[in-house]
Design a protein around this ligand. Structure first.
Ligand SMILES: Cc1cc2nc3c(=O)[nH]c(=O)nc-3n(C[C@H](O)[C@H](O)[C@H](O)COP(=O)(O)OP(=O)(O)OC[C@H]3O[C@@H](n4cnc5c(N)ncnc54)[C@H](O)[C@@H]3O)c2cc1C
Length: 455
């Protein structure tokens, strides 16, 4: 382990890799630490959906989108609990980040899709494992980056002027490493720290948990000890659509965004299904029993795309995650739902769709402001048992739009930067699909670039 660098980047997921590459390209000597045995964290295992607006892919499909519409959607889905300056930092830098990823060699599928919080299809699909491999190779190819795996940052080193380095556990010992330009914390969220989750949101304890194996909130705690501000913890919410018992995929199915309804174990709808899947997750957890159901028919099934993780209904069908029936009565018998109640829920929903309104839950679209509602009427019918899964924590350190960490009084902590899931303020009360991985890459580039310009 070297004993000094210009910049220490802690965590080699999407945010850390982007920060390290940009910082090195700006001339900084970077020590890039990864606690796990391989790079990637949650970024490697995620659904691979990125929220970008105004891309050539969208243009090819005739989709009109812009940074401004992205901004409005992010604020709306976040219920204006977001920090507008950080949302601007995202929207002002997203298109350049899309271009930068392509320059690094990341490839995108040609089909954008609409999901949580999006008024137009703007999920840009990548293979997350392949993207991390590309960025890891890019980092390795830069002589200014020293990447060390199985190396965990444990404490920040304080000097009069702020953060001056880090204590790092590696190879059975602890090493003090000085960092002339400071430290970028990019250690992701803390889904793997049950005690912290319980401290902030005990009601989410029922949610299934995913995320990078080493994502235990180390960076959050290190900065917290240093006086950093923390926000948005109340908005930690699981994503709706995870099968409660079959874990052959770690991803959620969002058939609701293609037209399914969600019903509880009493067979009744309980929510406007077009809302952010975080809000759906919380509504689902609030129902009696351990899970709820997504109910849909063959045309809705057919509208799913196999290549998009959250819409890959065929994979789930093959893996036995769907209950299939030729009538709603048969579906009720197979799922244990009351046939009369289930039928009444579907018939009432279909009537409302035909009349152009949903007096029960005020659903207007398939998802957010996108897509016309469709009745559920053409057999076979399907049911997918669904619970909430915590894929990320999406709250944490307060930062300014340049990614400097702010203390509890709002002043920048000299030498301390952060990017990615560890950072709060972007998402607000709920969540737009693709904005977490987007945040990691966009804010990672910002943190690396700005930190490298210090001094
Ligand atoms: C199943 C799943 C599906 C998802 N799907 C999507 C999606 O489709 N779109 C989307 O936008 N978001 C999605 N997310 C969320 C998104 O993947 C993450 O928010 C994002 O990738 C976080 O990037 P990051 O770089 O901040 O953190 P990570 O990618 O988690 O990287 C953090 C890294 O820091 C390392 N680390 C931790 N502690 C230390 C330490 N003390 N010292 C050194 N290293 C440390 C970790 O090992 C890890 O490699 C999903 C998440 C999951 C789990």
């Amino acid at each position: 382990m070297k004993d000094k660098a210009d910049l220490i980047v802690m965590g080699a997921g999407g945010a850390g890799l982007a920060a390290a590459i940009v910082a090195a390209d700006a001339g900084a000597d970077v020590l890039l630490l990864e606690k796990a045995g391989q790079t990637g964290g949650s970024s490697r295992i995620c659904g691979g959906l990125l929220a970008f607006a105004g891309t050539d892919i969208q243009q090819r499909h005739g989709i009109e989108d812009s940074s401004e519409l992205l901004y409005q959607d992010l604020m709306e889905v976040g219920r204006h609990e977001n920090n507008p300056a950080l949302v601007r930092a995202y929207t002002d830098n997203q298109l350049a980040t899309y271009g930068w990823l392509r320059e690094q060699g990341v490839t995108f599928s040609d089909r954008p899709d609409a999901s949580s919080g999006q008024s137009v299809p703007r999920c840009h699909v990548i293979d997350p494992d392949a993207m991390i491999e590309v960025l890891t190779r890019q980092a390795r190819s830069r002589r200014r980056i020293t990447m060390v795996k199985d190396a965990a940052g444990s404490r920040l080193i304080r000097e009069t002027n702020g953060v001056a380095g880090m204590k790092i556990a590696h190879d059975g010992g602890t090493h003090d490493v000085a960092a002339a330009k400071g430290v970028v914390l990019a250690s992701g969220g803390f889904t793997r720290n049950a005690a912290l989750i319980h401290t902030f949101v005990p009601k989410q304890a029922k949610a299934w948990v995913s995320g990078g194996e080493a994502n235990t909130g180390d960076g959050l705690l290190m900065a917290w000890q240093f006086g950093a501000g923390v926000r948005d913890v109340a908005y930690i919410q699981g994503t709706f659509g995870k099968h409660p018992t079959n874990h052959s995929t770690r991803h959620s199915l969002l058939a609701v965004y293609k037209g399914a309804i969600a019903v509880n174990l009493a067979g009744k709808r309980f929510v406007d299904e077009s809302l952010s899947y975080k809000l759906l997750g919380t509504a689902s957890l609030e129902q009696d029993g351990d899970y709820t159901w997504q109910i849909f028919d063959q045309p809705i099934y057919d509208s799913h795309e196999e290549e998009v993780s959250i819409f890959d209904v065929r994979h789930r069908h093959r893996d036995g995650m769907l209950v299939e029936a030729n009538s709603l009565e048969e579906l009720a018998a197979k799922t244990g739902l009351d046939a009369g109640t289930l039928k009444a829920s579907v018939i009432s929903y279909n009537d409302n769709v035909r009349m152009g309104g949903d007096p029960d839950f005020h659903r207007r679209h398939l998802v957010h402001n996108h897509g016309a509602l469709v009745p559920i009427e053409t057999p076979p019918f399907y049911a997918h048992a669904s619970t909430a899964a915590l894929y990320g924590t999406y709250c944490g350190l307060t930062v300014d739009p340049t990614m400097r960490v702010l203390d509890v009084f709002g002043a920048p902590i000299p030498g301390l930067w952060a990017a990615g899931e560890i950072v709060s303020g972007l998402h607000g009360a709920a969540y737009m699909t693709g904005s977490a991985l987007g945040k990691a890459l966009i804010f990672g580039r910002l943190a690396g670039g700005n930190a490298s310009r210090v001094g």
